[in-house]
Design a protein around this ligand. Structure first.
Ligand code: 4AD
Ligand code: MG
Length: 504
């Protein structure tokens, strides 16, 4: 019996290993991998290469032709040179191609390598009667979003944001992994409105008028309540999950579907602990991205856009541009200084705003009122003008915040919470300690008018071995906008959804 199964296993193992290696080796290296190989000396002048890419532009002369191609693996364009013009005869922008050629060193300072193309196979052509719509000429992001929602990833501006999302996710994973957190996967469909702000989308079945799940179900506005359950078994957890809010907000920082990075920390009993984790997380993301050259890429792209605007007048409206200098200032305020980010109580923040208003240093459209919370313009002024960098505003009045937040010690009427505000944007992160006492939690739930039965599971967590805990939620697209100098949040997500817009 043993011998038979051993015999059976052997060919299987061989088969798996050959599948694995042949799959990888059969893929053509990306342009980014080619440049890495050149840098590390694995590929040299005169060696044969194969490239899969899209044609960005073609320039044909009598005896020579050039094409610039890109494959999305980085922002870099690769120049192809055709000494036989005939090979390039059918090439047009937008086509996908497979090119065989020879790597050649150039004397060009910024593009030191090109490929002398020896053969080109068109993988995907473009119709002659309908040329590729993305040409070198500038197109506004709004136009791309509206008319070419699926094609816009071939523009450098949008692809850069998508690559930044990916790199940022890796940095986030590394931070949490290094600090003892587990990544968890809470549900998207939920039976409770976590924030209690009435901004939920209801989930219904097209096929039936009865509630599919037996009771009302919503798309999650935040996975926090489920993270609180998970943290009671795993001690430190995090997730990056879609969140949905039916806010009729059309601003450059609101989406109806966005991604929220959330973490929950068990046995945390002070707000300072949570704020320190947020600060370390963002610092570590920015530091890693900078070390890996991502900041340089963003700045180079911005400078190129600035130059284009200067020389041709083409570009986004100035009011919708975050300049390269501004991006550098943002990163400097995040990681340029050792000092801890400023922490300010809500009471003090209101005092500072009122004083600024009274002395004429600042004028606001929305008057400062401690009972109303901070308006976006107040947040931006506090971070952008007053602090000139990130600032935590802590301990808001209980009446302004959701039911689950831990009250500050009496006689205070505030809760143990914070918002992290950053220049130009305002709120980037919201977090708090959570009420962990079952009786107090039950009474605030009753006061808030939430159905106790529907949230019994959440109360249960406080019944057996409850622990002090807290956590936070960070708007992932807002972080991408802040780091990437992206003005409009709709550019920071692949398929943006907002009120009256769910394009494809
Ligand atoms: O401040 P919020 O509402 O906090 C919560 O939902 C908590 N339950 C999170 C937690 O403690 N686990 O949302 C967190 C962050 C905000 O600071 C903001 O950056 C982002 O989510 N956000 C949005 N981003 C884009 N579009 C929207 N409509 C957003 N609403 C919130
Ligand atoms: Mg908030």
């Amino acid at each position: 019996m043993f011998r038979r199964s051993a015999l059976l296993l052997r060919p299987l193992r061989t088969c798996f290993s050959s599948i694995r290696s042949s799959n990888f080796s059969s893929l053509t290296p990306t342009i980014n991998e080619l440049f890495t190989k050149i840098q590390t000396g694995k590929l040299q002048d005169g060696q044969e290469v194969t490239v899969h890419a899209w044609v960005r532009s073609v320039r044909k002369q009598k005896r020579i032709a050039f094409a610039q191609v890109l494959d999305g693996s980085s922002e870099r364009l690769l120049q192809l040179v055709f000494l036989d013009v005939g090979i390039a005869a059918d090439l047009a922008p937008g086509m996908s191609v497979k090119v065989n050629g020879v790597l050649q060193a150039t004397k060009h300072p910024t593009e030191p390598w090109e490929v002398r193309a020896e053969s080109v196979a068109v993988v995907g052509s473009v119709p002659a009667e309908e040329p590729y719509p993305i040409q070198k000429k500038f197109m506004t992001q709004e136009h791309l979003r509206r008319d070419l929602p699926a094609i816009r990833f071939r523009t450098n501006a949008v692809a850069t944001n998508m690559r930044l999302r990916s790199k940022t996710t890796s940095a986030v994973s590394r931070f949490f992994e290094d600090n003892g957190f587990f990544q968890v996967h809470p549900p998207i469909v939920t039976s409770s409105d976590c924030e209690g702000a009435g901004e939920v989308f209801t989930v219904v079945s097209e096929a039936s008028s009865m509630p599919f799940f037996g009771s009302k179900a919503y798309l999650t506005v935040s996975t926090q309540l489920h993270l609180e359950a998970l943290v009671m078994g795993l001690a430190r957890v995090w997730t990056l999950t879609p969140a949905f809010r039916a806010e009729k907000s059309m601003t450059s920082r609101h989406l109806s579907e966005f991604w929220m990075l959330e973490a929950e920390i068990g046995f945390a009993d002070s707000l300072d602990q949570i704020m320190s984790i947020v600060e370390q997380l963002i610092r570590s993301i920015a530091t890693e991205l900078k070390e890996k050259g991502e900041l340089d890429k963003i700045v180079t792209l911005k400078r190129a856009q600035e130059k284009q605007k200067e020389t041709t007048g083409e570009g986004e409206d100035a009011s919708e541009v975050v300049t390269a200098d501004r991006v550098l200032a943002r990163w400097d305020s995040l990681i340029g200084k050792e000092a801890e980010w400023i922490r300010l109580s809500y009471k003090d923040a209101i005092g500072i705003l009122k004083e600024a208003e009274a002395s004429g240093i600042a004028t606001f459209d929305v008057p400062v009122d401690e009972n109303e919370g901070l308006a976006s313009e107040h947040e931006k002024w506090l971070a952008g003008t007053h602090v000139k960098g990130p600032v935590f505003v802590t301990q808001y009045p209980k009446s302004l915040k959701p039911f689950y937040m831990l009250p500050s010690p009496l006689p205070s009427s505030t809760v143990e919470c914070f918002d992290l505000l950053v220049p130009d944007m305002g709120e980037l992160v919201g977090g708090s300690l959570r009420e962990h006492d079952i009786d107090r939690l039950r009474s605030v739930i009753q006061e808030s008018g939430i159905d106790l039965d529907s949230i019994e599971w959440y109360l249960q967590l406080r019944k057996w071995g409850s622990v002090p805990h807290g956590g936070f939620g960070l708007g992932f697209e807002r972080l991408i906008c802040y780091l990437g100098g992206v003005y409009n949040i709709r550019e920071a997500i692949a398929f943006p959804r907002w009120v009256e817009r769910c394009a494809c």
